[in-house]
Design a binder for this molecule. Sequence first.
Ligand SMILES: *[C@@H]1O[C@H](CO)[C@@H](O)[C@H](O)[C@H]1NC(C)=O
Ligand SMILES: *[C@@H]1O[C@H](CO)[C@@H](O)[C@H](O)[C@H]1NC(C)=O
Ligand SMILES: *[C@@H]1O[C@H](CO)[C@@H](O)[C@H](O)[C@H]1NC(C)=O
Ligand SMILES: *[C@@H]1O[C@H](CO)[C@@H](O)[C@H](O)[C@H]1NC(C)=O
Length: 664
Amino acid sequence: MTARRRARGCCWKRFGALSRICALALLVLSVHGHTCKHRAPAPSEVVYKVYLKTPRITKRNAEHQLRIKIIYDASVEKLDPDKRALVKDKLFPQAIDYLQKAFQVRRQTGPLLLSRQCSTNQYFRKKDDPHRYCQGSCAEVTRCGPVIVPEHHLQQCTACSETGKPCDPVGPPDGEGVDGADFLLYVSGVTTERCGQENVVAYAAYCQLESELDRPIAGYANLCPSMISTQPQEFVGMLSTVKHEIIHALGFSAGLFAFYHDDNGKPLTQRYAGGLPPFNESLGLYQWSDKVVRKAKRLWNISGNTMVSHEVHLLVTPRVVEEARKHFDCPILEGMELENQGGLGTELNHWEKRLLENEAMTGSHTQNRMFSRITLAIMEDTGWYHANYSMAERLDWGRGMGCDFVMKSCKFWIDQQRQKKLPLSPYCDMVRSTPLKLTCRHDQRAVAVCNLQKYSRRLPQEYQYFDYIPGIPTEDLPFYGGAVEIADYCPFSQEFSWHLSGEYQRGSDCRVLENQPDSWRNYGAEEYGPNSLCLYQKSAFVMEQCTRRMSYPDWGSGCYKTTCSALGLTVWVQGMPFHCFYTGQLLKINVRVNTWVYSGDLVCPACSRFCSSCPLPHELPPLNASQSIPIDPCSSSSGLVVTLWLLLANLAPLFAGFILCVWN
Ligand SMILES: *[C@@H]1O[C@H](CO)[C@@H](O)[C@H](O)[C@H]1NC(C)=O
Ligand SMILES: *[C@@H]1O[C@H](CO)[C@@H](O)[C@H](O)[C@H]1NC(C)=O
Ligand SMILES: *[C@@H]1O[C@H](CO)[C@@H](O)[C@H](O)[C@H]1NC(C)=O
Ligand SMILES: *[C@@H]1O[C@H](CO)[C@@H](O)[C@H](O)[C@H]1NC(C)=O
């Protein structure tokens, strides 16, 4: 699933005794960042204005779930049995289940019966006749992406002779179509040419739109067989990828912006000949009106006290505007910014990565993807669906951060936070280096590293943010930026995974039990599990026996179990409770486990961020100045003390990159 550029780790030791442990502990850090390239299909691949009969039974007021009918192509049956089972039994059923609960179609249609493609892509329309007539003849087969649509899903061919007359139905009659569905999704597993490019995992798009509201009624999703991963730790990512792709096919696509309708069923973009919006050749897309997408200029602070003008595209439909304003707490925000980087396919088809980092409809997979209210809002604003907002997932990135966060550059935000002596979160300014300085993901649910790195080339001027980085010569500053290009190169703390000789060991999400390190290398006395949070460490943890002392060069944060009670937030280390009374309070950890004594300092997070009830200021006990006596690892004997440093030098951070979807 991933093409990982492996960096060789190297390891050295101060004292001979530890060479074995050292070799075993050789881990490689992997930070994920997979890009999605959903390019709207070319007009020739799409059939617009497909006439469907009105439903036989119209239940006027009955809200009903979106009904997606999956049709597996023969290629899916040819996949390896474990991949086939994953696709058919888990990925698609679970993705569809979520989307069906999240959306309802506004207007039901009769049975889905798709229109045939024309052999020449030239067609006519007759006055007062809803069908399209191919010039000459209908195509031999009708395709939806790489899939050939089965005959029984197709309407009868209607065609005009080369001269334009007569125009008649020809060939076999209408197929039976699919009743009880709003959208046909053809799923294939073919190694297409696109699969070969840039490690594409999957891609999807719509292929037919109905005539009344231009709602997509059919689409496809192709999975690239060699990229399907059956690894359990990849499942959540694969599932959100499949949901992401289907959302592109259902409505979130630059190729569909010009087809959006308002709540009254009126097109938001004016229609011309054949009922279609104007086509913009230079964009290769139908041109939307400014009721859907508008350009805006932002004043953008960059390095050297310079301001540049940064042009953005904003999605400005009413619910998206409302949800974006609420999310960022910025009442003057004009719309939600669309991605401006990543080339055709990524730009315009996704939310801006800098602003909605882990939202599932941003252009790449980095961490912890969430389908937020803003994505549900755009689906509602297509005019085709109602959204069930109880299916929205909570997005913390950017939440309540105000207009400066959403309308200015990340340099402006970072500088401002620094001046106010506030944390830079969600951004960061530490260069990834050895040993690693560990931090926490913005929501404090995973251990992370700051993805600030040196590029081999200067960044474009508008993305040069640094006036100063400790230890970096001034002339090199233009080469520094965050590892995620489409986040406007803004550096942020990113979750990662540990690899040993190229093999996945564990991830860094605190809530995943499987990420618990083996006890013999649990230097930070960490505990992973559903109730764990990422806490900052004030110093490296030390693991001590009477004659041995070990510490780990990569430190800065770790996962610890926490609970909430009337006392507020309590941190548990090896079964011992430590109470947090104040934000930023230092917890002196000193616990014994078997023959080992662990000691270190943890920083208390804000109770109110994680507990629903926290003690009021007057209920807080005075902070104890007196320190408890540390546990002596040599209860009685005073043996020879050898200090061993387990140094994992050159724990090379490495990127895994795969693209989720592209088009030819
Ligand atoms: C809305 O979502 C909830 C779960 O969050 C689900 O129980 C309910 O069935 C959904 N409503 C519809 C109409 O699908
Ligand atoms: C077509 O798209 C280009 C690029 O975005 C834009 O500059 C141009 O104004 C568009 N043309 C029309 C007619 O809207
Ligand atoms: C942003 O740029 C303007 C104009 O150069 C400057 O006055 C302002 O101080 C800058 N703000 C920050 C936070 O650097
Ligand atoms: C402060 O110290 C006293 C005596 O050592 C102890 O009884 C009390 O529980 C401590 N309070 C806190 C908040 O740790």
